[in-house]
Each structure stands twice: as structure tokens, then as C-alpha cells.
Ligand binder design. Structure first.
Ligand SMILES: Nc1nc2c(ncn2[C@@H]2O[C@H](COP(=O)(O)OP(=O)(O)OP(=O)(O)O)[C@@H](O)[C@H]2O)c(=O)[nH]1
Ligand SMILES: [Mg+2]
Length: 373
């Protein structure tokens, strides 16, 4: 019975690639039409955004988020994913006592059904089986340490998990489909860099609607950095061009560029991003270029499919995985790390200004299993 489930998942996953591009394109089209529907509303919502942000600021002060510490915030954010993976693994380890094939299959099922993805789950179990043999592990509870080690290896293959901002200037292009958290993440990154003493400038490259420009402007005011913007509907490449000239004149350390997410098919995406990247390369060759893809963890395996499309279109240097808080689908981070070979650099664990953390595989796995740092 269980073998059947696995082969069904496997079949689905193997059938995916061709369908996916089409499926994702149609999903992007859906997203776009939704966006058009929302367009009129957007004008009214600027004030609402303003209100929400100032309310949020008050909450941050009152709660004194920073006191909680990054690790406990991560732990808290991952609590639903923990219920779906670590708690279930703990339960089966307790119920089995001795290591046998059925136990491996049960763990495999837990991983597959919690967004770790079929390929990555099978790889984890394969390594778990071999590792248990090598280390002569016979008691089921002793498997947990090995499982954690394997997960850490999957999440950290020795790539650089830090934003590449050591040398100035740096230009960061932030890409991703709409609603994933690009603008919010830009605000959080800008805040963090400013705290590190960096001179930051923002570029409102999402010119699709006025509210997008306003939202970035609100973040810029909040953080205390400037933003270069054009009118709604103008050419994003022209905004980036102007922002680069401003960054040069102002001796900016890091220029962070927002981009539109309403790119309804692969060709469109390629044209739009291609133009922006070309301007960055031509006008700012002295700058280190980072292209950061923002993915929404709550979309689970769909985030992985989005990443595959973006990876085909442009060179992605790193991933920001947002909204890990409150989702049970955090296991997708393992599929992303394993299947894409792009390092996860930052994770979003809330809407507040301090709720974006550097990704650390050991902390992540410990938080996932509810263990201490
Ligand atoms: N809970 C939670 N919410 C987040 C996180 N990151 C972003 N959000 C929320 O997600 C929503 C969308 O975020 P935006 O930053 O506007 O997303 P975007 O990608 O810029 O969207 P478009 O401009 O429409 O393309 C906002 O309500 C954010 O507050 C996170 O890490 N956790
Ligand atoms: Mg945005």
C-alpha cells in the first residue's frame, strides 16, 4: 500500500517538468488577472498599508521582538513544520524501537507528505539506510541524530549562504512572482544593511501599479533610506538605469532593486528580467551583482516549480524563503536546497522589520526538531 503511494508521488513528480512550465505559466496568468482585478483597489489601499505599517511598528516596539532572539523566533516560526515532520518522526521512532525496513518506509512517507519532495525524501532515506548500516545503529531512537546530520548536509553543501555584499558597490535584483514578499524582504534587508553601517539605496523597479511604488517608499521612509522611482507604468529598466546613476553619484554601498511579479509567461519574464539585468551589467560593471529569488514557503512544492522557471531564465545567486512562520510546508526548503543547487540565504519568519534571518542549516534543523541551538 505504502509502496503504491510512493510510486504515485514519484510518477507525479516525474511527469512534472513539461507540464509544469505550462501549469506555472497558467498560474502566472491567473495571478496576473487577479492582480488586474485588484488594481483599482490598490489606490485605496495605500493608506491602509500606511496604517498597517505604523501599527506594526508599534507592535514591534511593545513586544521588543529582538529580545526573543533569532533562534527562538525561528523555532516559533517552524512550529507547524515541526508538527508535520519532526514530531511525527519522533513518534514513529518511539513506536518502532528497533531499526527495520518498515521504519525507513514510515519516515520516508512523513518526509514525502510534508513538502520535502519525493526525490529529496528518497535520497534522505537512502543515506539514512546506508548510514545506519555503517554505524551499526539498531535502536530506532539513535536514528534521529543521523537523520539530523543528513538534513544539515542537504541544506548546506558548503556554498556561501551570505548575501554577497562584502565589496562595494553591490547591486541586488530581487525577483519572484507577485505576493511572495519581495518588497517586504527588500525593506527588511535594507534595514539590516543600514544597521551594519552600509549606505543603501532602493529602486522601485516594480512599475506595474502605483501602490507597489508607494509600498517601497513607505519601507524606505521606515528604514531611513532613499528610493529612486518613476511613474506607474514606466519602463523598469529605465528606473534601474537612473538608480544606478544615483548610486554611483552618492557612493552607495548596496543598491536594492524591486521588480514586478506580474510576468505572465516565461517569454515575458525573460524579456523583462533580461532588460533589467543587461542595464545592470552595462551601466554598473564595477558592482557585484546578486540576483535574489524570493519564494513563499506557504506554496510548498509550487515554490520549487517557480524556482525552476526563474533559474531557466536568469542566474539566481540565492533564495529568500519567506513566510516560514505559520506554515506546515517548511519542508520545502530541503527540496529547494537539494534540487536547485542555489543556496537559501535568508528566511522570513514574520512580517516585522527584524523578521528576516540569515539561513543557517544547523540552526534550522535544530529548530525543526525543537532542540536547542
Ligand atoms: N507572515 C509573513 N508574512 C510575510 C513575510 N514576508 C512577507 N510577508 C507578507 O506577504 C505579503 C506580500 O508581501 P509583499 O512584500 O508585498 O510581496 P511582493 O512580492 O512584493 O508582492 P507584489 O509587489 O504584489 O509582487 C505582505 O502582507 C507581507 O507582509 C514573512 O516572512 N512572514
Ligand atoms: Mg512588491
Amino acid at each position: 500500500m505504502f509502496k503504491k503511494i510512493i510510486s504515485k508521488f514519484k510518477q507525479e513528480e516525474n511527469n512534472k517538468p513539461k507540464e509544469n512550465v505550462e501549469k506555472d505559466e497558467s498560474e502566472l496568468t491567473e495571478i496576473e488577472s487577479e492582480e488586474i482585478k485588484l488594481e483599482n483597489k490598490d489606490e485605496e489601499t495605500v493608506e491602509e498599508i500606511n496604517e498597517t505599517l505604523s501599527e506594526e511598528e508599534i507592535t514591534i516596539d511593545e513586544n521588543n521582538e529582538e529580545k526573543k532572539g533569532f533562534f527562538s523566533k525561528l523555532k516559533q516560526g517552524l512550529s507547524k513544520t515541526k508538527q508535520g515532520i519532526a514530531d511525527k518522526v519522533d513518534d514513529v521512532l518511539k513506536s518502532y524501537k528497533k531499526v527495520d525496513e518498515d521504519l525507513f518506509e514510515e519516515i520516508e512517507e512523513i518526509l514525502i507528505t510534508s513538502d520535502v519532495g519525493v526525490n529529496t525524501s528518497l535520497e534522505i532515506i537512502d543515506r539514512l539506510r546506508k548510514g545506519a548500516l555503517e554505524r551499526k545503529i539498531t535502536e530506532s531512537e539513535d536514528l534521529k541524530g543521523l537523520l539530523k546530520e543528513i538534513m544539515i548536509e542537504i541544506l548546506d553543501k558548503g556554498e556561501d549562504h551570505k548575501l554577497n555584499i562584502a565589496t562595494s558597490p553591490t547591486i541586488i535584483l530581487v525577483v519572484g512572482v507577485n505576493g511572495v514578499g519581495k518588497t517586504t524582504s527588500i525593506g527588511k534587508i535594507a534595514h539590516n544593511l543600514k544597521q551594519q553601517g552600509k549606505k543603501v539605496l532602493l529602486a522601485a523597479g516594480d512599475t506595474f501599479r502605483a501602490a507597489a511604488i508607494d509600498q517601497l517608499e513607505i519601507w524606505s521612509e521606515r528604514v531611513g533610506v532613499d528610493v529612486i522611482k518613476h511613474k506607474e507604468g514606466s519602463d523598469p529598466a529605465a528606473v534601474i538605469f537612473d538608480a544606478i546613476q544615483a548610486a554611483k553619484a552618492r557612493k552607495t554601498d548596496v543598491l536594492i532593486c524591486d521588480t514586478a511579479g506580474r510576468l505572465h509567461n516565461k517569454k515575458n519574464l525573460m524579456n523583462e528580467l533580461g532588460k533589467v539585468v543587461k542595464v545592470a551589467d552595462r551601466e554598473f560593471p564595477e558592482a557585484t551583482r546578486e540576483i535574489i529569488l524570493v519564494l513563499d514557503a506557504t506554496t510548498g512544492q509550487n515554490a520549487l516549480q517557480q524556482a525552476k522557471i526563474f533559474k531557466d531564465v536568469t542566474d539566481i545567486n540565492g533564495i529568500v524563503l519567506t513566510k516560514l512562520d505559520g506554515t506546515a510546508k517548511g519542508g520545502v526548503v530541503m527540496a529547494i536546497s537539494n534540487e536547485l543547487n542555489i543556496p537559501v540565504k535568508l528566511v522570513g519568519v514574520g512580517e516585522g522589520i527584524n523578521d528576516l534571518q540569515s539561513f543557517n542549516a544547523i540552526d534550522f534543523v535544530n529548530a525543526l526538531f525543537g532542540d536547542d541551538k
